[in-house]
Design a protein around this ligand. Structure first.
Ligand code: NFS
Length: 626
C-alpha cells in the first residue's frame, strides 16, 4: 500500500504509517497533528529567554542586537534567564526519577515489614551486595531484616541534609574528588532539587555558572542517587534482569485476546498487573467471554521494565501510545506516572478502551481512576485486570485494525548479565576494547519527539555506531526503537564492523544491549565506573560517549546533565532551549570540558552525531595509548 508523503515523513516504522492512515480515516487527532498546529513554536521559548519566575513579567529578551529589551524587569540578562530555566528543567527531571526511586524504597520498606500486598524479595544476592555498600550487617540475619535496614538507609538519602549519597561512591575516586572540589557532590537528593527552586526564585542566584553547577549537582543526585536507587531496589524486589527473548511493536497486540497495555514508569504497578493477568480465575473469565487469554504488553519505560524481567512484549515507544488505542483492540490502557499523554482520555472514548489511571500523583481527563496502593497491590491489580477482561465483550470488531509488524528481540542486559555473558569477569570486554575490536561503548537513550522523524534519529545513529565497532548500550525509547528495528538480535551483528561482529558472535549477544528503562541509565553508569576502575582511570578518560537523538522530556535534561557531569561526552539530536545565552551555550559545549572533562554537542543529523561520538572515542583511545 502506498502512503502519502505526509505520513511517510513522520516515522520510519511501517506500523506507524498504517495507524496514521487509520487515524486520518477515522478523523482522529494525534500528537503529530497537534505539533503541526503549534508551528511555528515560540521563538523566545526555543532560545530559553522567556522568564515567568515572578509576576513583574513575563519577560523575554530580544535576540536581535539592535532592538527589544536586553534585560528582564528585575535586571536579569539572557544568560541568567537561560541558566535558571535550564536548571529548573533539571529539577523537574531529577524530581521525577527520584520520586520513582522513593516509591521503590517505600515498597521495599513495606515488603520488609510484611505489609507489601504481594511483593517479595526476589534477588537476595543483590540485597546483600547493596547492604554491603551501606555497611549493613548481613551475617545471620533474615532477608527481611536486611531489607528493612537497607530500605530505611536508602529512604534517608532523599531527605538527607549533610554528607553524601552512598551510591555516588560507585564512581571512580578521581570523579568523586572532582565533584567535591567543584562543590557538586550532592548532599541529599531532595535537598539539591529544592535548592534549584530556591536559587531560581526572583532575586537569588544570578550567576549563570553558579546556577549551572547547582543543576549538575542535582543531576548527579538523580543519576547516581534517585535513578540508581530505583534500579537497584527494583532488582531486589523483582529480580535482576537476565537475557530473555521477546517481541516488539504494535503487532504484539492479539486479535483474539484481551489486550492490556501498561504504560508509564514504575514496575511496582506493572509487575502486579503481570501477576494478576496470570490469575487462573481471570484467565477463565477471559475465556468465558470468548477470548483465548489475556495478553499484557508495555509502552514506554514500564514496558522496558517488564520486557527485561519477564519477556512481556513491548507495544512501542512514546509516540506510539495513541496509535495503540487507535488499533481498537486495547481493552485497557493502565497508566501510572510520566510520559502519558493527556490526549489518551478523549481518544479512548472513541473506542471501547478503558483508560485507567492508578497513581494519586497522576490523574487525567477522561480516565477511570482505580487507585493503586502497595499494601493491597495484588488485590487492586486483580480488580484492574478484571475490569479490562470484562471490557472485552464491548470490543467493536469493525473498529479493530492491528498492524502485523512485530520484531523479535533479545533484551535483559543488566550490568550483572553483561558480566555473566562475558564469563564472570569484565576482562574479555576490556581486552576487546584494548585490541580495538570494540572501539568504544556508547549509551544511546532518550525519548521520541515529533520534531524528528519517529525512530529515524535513534536507528540511524545506532546503525552507524555499530558499523564502526562501537558497542551500544541503550535504555528508554531508544531501546524500543532498536528492538523494533531488529538491532537487538544476535544476528544484527551482521550489521556491525568486523571487530564488534566477532565479539558478538563469540558471546552470542546482540551489538545493541537493552539495559532497561530510563532510570536504568544508572546501569550504564555502573558499567562505565567498573570499566574505569578496572583500568585505573576516570570515566572521562574512557572511549565512551552518550547520545539522546530524539529527546524531549525534562528527565532527559537531567540525564544529559549527569552523564556529562560523570565525564561522558553527549550528543543531543534536538536543540535544548539554551541558545539565547552565549555564556550557557559556550559553557555546555566547550567550557564544561575544563570543569567536568566532558561537553554536550548538538547535532540533528544522526550520521554526523555518530561521527562526533566516534571521533571522541578515537581521541580518548589515543590518549590512553590503545
Ligand atoms: Ni525516558 Fe521513559 Fe521515553 Fe523519554 Fe519518556 S518513556 S523515562 S522520558 S519518552 S525515553
Amino acid at each position: 500500500m502506498a502512503y502519502t508523503d505526509k505520513i511517510l515523513e513522520k516515522s520510519i516504522d511501517p506500523s506507524v504509517h498504517k495507524m496514521l492512515e487509520r487515524a486520518e480515516k477515522l478523523n482522529l487527532e494525534t500528537v503529530w497533528d497537534r505539533y503541526e498546529a503549534m508551528l511555528p513554536e515560540c521563538g523566545f521559548g526555543e532560545l530559553g529567554v522567556c522568564c515567568r519566575n515572578c509576576n513583574m513579567g513575563p519577560c523575554r529578551i530580544s535576540p536581535f542586537d539592535d532592538q527589544g529589551p536586553k534585560k528582564g524587569v528585575c535586571g536579569a540578562t539572557a544568560d541568567i534567564i537561560v541558566a535558571r530555566n535550564l536548571i529548573r528543567m533539571i529539577a523537574g527531571g531529577a524530581a521525577a526519577h527520584s520520586d520513582h526511586g522513593r516509591d521503590l524504597a517505600h515498597t521495599l520498606l513495606l515488603t520488609a515489614e510484611g505489609k507489601g500486598g504481594g511483593y517479595e524479595i526476589k534477588d537476595e544476592e543483590k540485597l546483600k551486595a547493596l547492604a554491603g555498600e551501606y555497611s549493613i550487617e548481613t551475617q545471620g540475619r533474615t532477608k527481611e531484616q536486611i531489607a528493612l535496614d537497607l530500605a530505611r538507609a536508602v529512604y534517608g538519602e532523599f531527605g538527607k541534609q549533610e554528607g553524601f549519597v552512598q551510591f555516588t561512591r560507585r564512581a571512580p575516586e578521581k570523579r568523586v574528588a572532582l565533584w567535591k572540589s567543584l562543590g557538586i557532590d550532592p548532599r541529599g537528593i531532595d535537598r539539591e532539587i529544592v535548592e534549584i527552586m530556591h536559587r531560581t526564585h526572583i532575586g537569588v542566584d544570578n550567576d549563570p555558572v553558579n546556577l549551572i553547577l547547582q543543576g549538575l549537582k542535582a543531576s548527579i543526585a538523580d543519576g547516581w542517587g534517585g535513578s540508581t536507587i530505583a534500579t537497584e531496589l527494583s532488582d531486589v524486589l523483582f529480580g535482576t534482569p537476565m537475557p530473555v527473548r521477546s517481541q516488539s511493536n504494535l503487532g504484539v497486540l492479539k486479535q483474539d485476546h484481551v489486550n492490556i497495555i501498561v504504560h508509564g514508569h514504575e514496575p511496582v504497578l506493572s509487575e502486579m498487573i503481570v501477576a494478576a493477568s496470570n490469575d487462573p480465575e481471570l484467565v477463565g473469565l477471559a475465556e468465558k467471554l470468548g477470548a483465548k487469554g489475556i495478553n499484557v504488553a508495555g509502552i514506554c519505560c514500564t514496558g522496558n521494565e517488564i520486557i527485561m524481567r519477564h519477556g512481556i512484549p513491548i507495544v512501542g515507544n512514546f509516540l506510539q501510545q495513541e496509535l495503540a488505542v487507535i488499533t481498537g483492540a486495547v481493552e485497557a490502557m493502565i497508566v501510572d506516572v510520566q510520559c502519558i499523554m493527556p490526549s489518551l482520555g478523549p481518544l479512548s472514548e472513541c473506542f471501547h478502551t478503558k483508560f485507567i489511571s492508578t497513581s494519586p500523583k497522576a490523574k487525567f481527563p477522561g480516565a477511570i481512576h482505580m487507585e493503586f496502593s502497595e499494601e493491597k497491590a495484588f488485590d487492586i491489580a486483580r480488580q484492574i485486570v478484571q475490569a479490562a477482561v470484562e471490557n472485552y465483550s464491548l470490543r467493536i470488531p469493525e473498529k479493530v485494525l492491528i498492524p502485523e509488524d512485530k520484531t523479535e528481540c533479545m533484551v535483559g542486559f543488566s550490568a550483572e548479565a553483561i558480566v555473566k555473558a562475558l564469563g564472570g569477569t569484565l576482562d574479555p570486554l576490556l581486552n576487546a576494547i584494548k585490541s580495538g575490536d570494540i572501539k568504544g561503548i556508547a549509551g544511546v537513550v532518550g525519548c521520541n519527539n515529533p520534531k524528528i522523524k519517529h525512530d529515524h534519529g535513534h536507528v540511524v545513529l545506532v546503525r552507524e555506531l555499530i558499523k564502526n565497532n562501537v558497542l551500544v548500550t541503550t535504555t528508554g525509547c531508544n531501546a524500543i526503537a532498536c528492538a523494533k528495528s531488529g538491532l537487538m538480535l544476535p544476528e544484527a551483528a551482521d550489521q556491525a564492523g568486523d571487530g564488534l561482529k566477532g565479539v558478538c558472535r563469540t558471546l552470542g549477544v546482540p551489538p545493541v544491549l537493552h539495559m532497561g528503562s530510563c532510570v536504568d541509565i544508572s546501569r550504564i553508569l555502573t558499567l562505565c565506573a567498573s570499566v574505569a576502575n578496572a583500568l585505573g582511570v576516570d570515566i572521562s578518560d574512557l572511549p565512551v560517549a552518550g547520545a539522546a537523538p530524539e529527546w524531549m522530556s525534562e528527565k532527559a535534561v537531567s540525564i544529559g546533565a549527569y552523564v556529562v557531569s560523570s565525564g561522558i561526552f553527549t550528543v543531543l539530536g534536538t536543540v535544548p532551549p539554551v541558545l539565547g545565552s552565549k555564556v550557557v551555550t559556550e559553557l555546555l559545549t566547550r567550557g564544561a570540558n575544563e570543569v567536568v572533562g566532558a561537553t554536550f554537542a548538538v547535532e540533528p543529523d544522526p550520521v554526523k552525531g555518530a561521527g562526533l561520538m566516534i571521533a571522541h572515542m578515537d581521541k580518548k583511545r589515543q590518549a590512553l595509548g590503545i
